[in-house]
Design a protein around this ligand. Structure first.
Ligand code: SF4
Length: 255
C-alpha cells in the first residue's frame, strides 16, 4: 500500500528537541482543554490525504503497541469492567474487577448481592457507591429484560442504567469484537491534536471519527490511542520530541 503523507509546513524544523520540548511544556501549562480548544486541522488537506494520514498513524501505532488482550471477553464482564473503569486508572479497574469476580461468579449472584458488599469489593475503583449501585441495577435489568444476555447493539446498550456511549461502544468492541469507536478522554484529546477532527465533546468526536476513519480500523483504534495517550501523548506531558508520529501531527506543526 502506498501511503501519501500530507504536505504540511513543519514549523519545528529549526527547533532543537530541547526547544521543542520546552515549547510544548510551556504550552501545556495552559490546561488541556485550552490546548485542544483550537482547530489544528490543515485546511489544505483533502479527504483522501486525511484518510491516508490516519492509516499511516494507525500503522505506526500498531507497530509500536501490542493490542491488549483482556483476559475475559465475556460481554457481561466487559460491561461491568467498563462501568468500574469510569474516572479511574486501569490498575484500579483491574483490581476492582478481579476482586468482584473472585467472589461473585455470575450475573445472578451480583444482582442479588448486598450493595454494601459490592461497594467494599469495588472500592479501589473509586466512586464505589455509585458504581456498586449501577452494577446491581444493570445486572437486575439484564436478567429481567434480556434473559441474562448483554445486547450486542448500541441502542439497547444505551437503555441500560449508567451506560453511556463510551461504555456501550467498549462493550461492542471488547465484548463482541464489533466495529465501534469508544471515545474516552484520550481519544477525544489526541484526535483533536492530530488535527483529524475539531470537536468540543467526546460525543461529537465519535460522530466525526466515524465519518473519517476507515471502518476496518475502528476496532483497534481505542486500544491503540489509549496506549498512545498513556505512554507518549500524555495529558500535560506530551512527549513530542520523541513522538513517532510527530510528522503526522497537526498540533506539532502548529507550536
Ligand atoms: S501526537 Fe505526538 S507530536 Fe502530536 S501532540 Fe501528541 S506527542 Fe506531540
Amino acid at each position: 500500500m502506498v501511503i501519501k503523507i500530507s504536505k504540511r509546513k513543519n514549523n519545528h524544523k529549526n527547533n532543537t528537541p530541547k526547544e521543542i520540548n520546552s515549547l510544548t511544556k510551556s504550552s501545556l501549562k495552559k490546561n488541556t482543554v485550552k490546548i485542544i480548544d483550537k482547530d489544528y486541522r490543515n485546511s489544505n488537506e483533502t479527504n483522501e490525504e486525511l484518510t491516508e494520514r490516519i492509516k499511516k498513524i494507525v500503522n505506526i501505532l500498531s507497530s509500536i503497541f501490542t493490542l491488549r488482550v483482556f483476559e475475559d471477553r465475556d460481554p457481561y464482564r466487559v460491561l461491568i469492567r467498563t462501568i468500574l473503569s469510569q474516572r479511574t486508572r486501569d490498575e484500579n479497574t483491574d483490581k476492582a474487577s478481579a476482586t468482584l469476580f473472585t467472589k461473585y461468579k455470575n450475573i445472578e449472584e451480583i444482582a442479588n448481592a448486598q450493595i454494601e458488599d459490592i461497594e467494599e469489593l469495588v472500592k479501589s475503583a473509586g466512586f464505589y457507591r455509585v458504581k456498586a449501585r449501577r452494577i446491581i441495577e444493570v445486572s437486575g435489568l439484564l436478567i429481567d429484560k434480556y434473559d441474562k444476555i448483554v445486547p450486542n447493539n448500541l441502542n439497547e446498550l444505551l437503555e441500560l442504567p449508567g451506560v453511556g456511549r463510551k461504555t456501550a461502544n467498549c462493550v461492542l468492541v471488547y465484548g463482541f469484537q464489533k466495529p465501534a469507536i469508544p471515545v474516552d478522554t484520550h481519544v477525544h484529546r489526541i484526535s483533536n491534536l492530530w488535527g483529524i477532527i475539531n470537536t468540543k465533546t467526546p460525543e461529537e468526536s465519535e460522530e466525526e471519527l466515524e465519518k473519517i476513519v476507515p471502518k476496518n480500523l475502528w476496532i483497534d483504534l481505542n486500544d491503540l490511542m489509549v496506549q498512545f495517550g498513556q505512554n507518549i501523548c500524555k495529558p500535560g506531558h506530551m512527549q513530542c520530541e520523541t513522538c513517532p508520529i510527530s510528522n503526522l501531527c497537526c498540533y506539532f506543526s502548529s507550536v
